[in-house]
Design a protein around this ligand. Sequence first.
Ligand SMILES: Nc1nc2c(c(=O)[nH]1)N[C@H]1C(S)=C(S)[C@@H](COP(=O)(O)O)O[C@H]1N2
Ligand SMILES: [Mo]
Length: 236
Amino acid sequence: MSVHSPTLPPGQRLIGGFPRFGTHLQRPAPAVPSDPVIQISGAVAKPFALPLAALATLPRRELTADFHCVAGWSATNLHWEGVAFETFYRMIIEPSVQPDTSVTHLVFRGLDGHRSVVSIEDALAEDVLIAERLDARPLDGDHGAPARLVSPDQYGYVSTKHLCRIELHTAEPTGVHTSPAMRLLAPHPRARVWEEERHRLLPAWPLRPVYRLLIPPIKFLSARGSRSSRTPPAPS
Ligand SMILES: Nc1nc2c(c(=O)[nH]1)N[C@H]1C(S)=C(S)[C@@H](COP(=O)(O)O)O[C@H]1N2
Ligand SMILES: [Mo]
């Protein structure tokens, strides 16, 4: 029996393996602090920082899932380990939400400045994880060390790597993209892969061939920032 998904979401194609990919392009992964934390801020009574080590004390969750980038590549059968985001939210975040406050959106931030905006409903979906392990190993710099969000039913840009902060919002945060070109490429507010919700303003299908051309150069650049592509120091 095949363990792979029988089909991919619309407009997606298999890529070999699981490449490092992202808006970081050739920049190397950010350094992991010696005592990494996840900052919780926004609509909380008092902002706080949770040591990442605390994740090990929460109920653990494993998930085998495919991963779909908005540019049209998919990687299949990835095995993640971490904490279900819903567990994290209920046990760690929710108790400190300001009373009479209705959280509608979360902003996830990475150590490299990447940011994703997720509605509370989508963030609390069953298969959303804060993952620290991939395929039985700690996450490496390529895939988001020390921890990342994993939301397999949404395009990859939602799955913020190098997660360092979660902000709680009571309305949809306004975009950070100020230039008209970047506004045009604004991510879809739901980003569901099976609905092909690639962007908020642009329809998905005319973009498919454009994105397909961009995959090899972005993959090439991202690999240049990869730790595994750098020459190891010569033995002394
Ligand atoms: N911190 C951070 N997270 C990120 C990105 C990024 O550039 N920085 N790129 C996003 C995009 S567009 C994709 S497709 C996935 C790629 O994940 P991978 O490098 O583990 O394949 O990470 C997402 N999360
Ligand atoms: Mo992506």
